[in-house]
Design a binder for this molecule. Sequence first.
Ligand code: GLY
Ligand code: MN
Ligand code: MN
Length: 432
Amino acid sequence: MNPYIQQCVIRRQKVLQRIGQDGIAVLWSASEKQRSGDTCYPYRQDSDFYYLSGFDEPESVLVLDGASGETTLFCREKDPEREIWDGFRYGVLDAKSIFRMDHTLAIQDFPNKIESLLKNHCTLWLLGSDATPQKTDIQKRWFDLRSSVSADIQPLQCADLREIVHAMRMIKDEVELNLLRQAAQISALGHCAAMQKTRVGKWEYQIEGDILSVFYQHNARSVAYNSIVAGGKNACVLHYVHNQSILRDGDLLMIDAGAEYAAYAGDISRTFPVNGRFSPAQKDVYEVVLSVNQKIIEQAKAGITYESLSQSAIELLTQGLIDLKLLSGSLKDLIEQKAYRRFYMHGIGHWLGLDVHDVGPRFVDGKPMVLQEDMCMTVEPGLYIPDDVDIPTELRGMGIRIEDNIIIHKNHVEVYTQEAPKTIADIEQLMS
Ligand code: GLY
Ligand code: MN
Ligand code: MN
């Protein structure tokens, strides 16, 4: 059996145990999104749906029945006419055997069958609750469901399935860790190609194309998020994806790009000089960010809190800003005043998995989340120096981020994005 599908079976069993005899969980696949007339964006399955099924077709519903302990997948039937236009679909028979479902039924039967499935369950588990930001979507789905069943058999209460599934998703199994490593390896190859192909006078989107080409050659058909290819002061725009400026001599190029491999995300940032050699001023700022990246990775380990890493990054970056003479005053006062926010305005990292900003809280019951074995996260310090008159000319508009991906193991931390060079010597050597 495909190891991912095998894990999905185990995951469903865990969810079924958690929702108990009284519970029933219903998950909808992601819908296709239209791009323009008769054209859709490439399809991406909903991450929670995929985590429990491995099934990547739209128009599907997954039902986990706590009473019987069985799962039913509603999916599209085989349809030779539609398959001429839209291509392959598994159909009900193959979906059952390949995805190891207890039952599969045609999606058009969902409105009829849901009544009997809901019968005798007190709690309906859905991905979301009335109190969450996904309110509208969840309410619509709950409403659709409710309107299709008779009032007397409706479950008494609704519960949020994300509490169960997202806690599970934070701790990666071995199959997931290997997919994450592959996504990162492909992402690193893309960054190496970018360093080798960057030349003064090329356009940012041409380098983006070089990265994409590597992703595709290595069987990653999608990016995990829109690539940021930001020359010069574009790097100070945190979510820059315009990628349409020319690369200039003397500027840095900041690239934040990650491949999605088998639905798992890589998320790497590297910053390097367009002309292949760091200037003295660029070296000074780069070394500050690099040393924070390395120190935070050294500090990360099972048992400490995510919050302590965030705080430590703030302290190290603030000290770096003092050393660079971009801030003056006592370290303590500058931190209290959040003076660093002018130059460092995002967090030190995030969980990584099926989503690039993966699910999972930073605080549980008001207490900071403790790093645990088999969690996966990014470490991504950055400095973004505004193009303002009070800043020394040689530092104006400089944006540097260095981002790695790490896995927390019991007794060590695995940095699995090392193949993308990050020391000044290694970068200059690769670019020469
Ligand atoms: N690429 C998005 C991030 O680094 O968080
Ligand atoms: Mn990133
Ligand atoms: Mn990131």
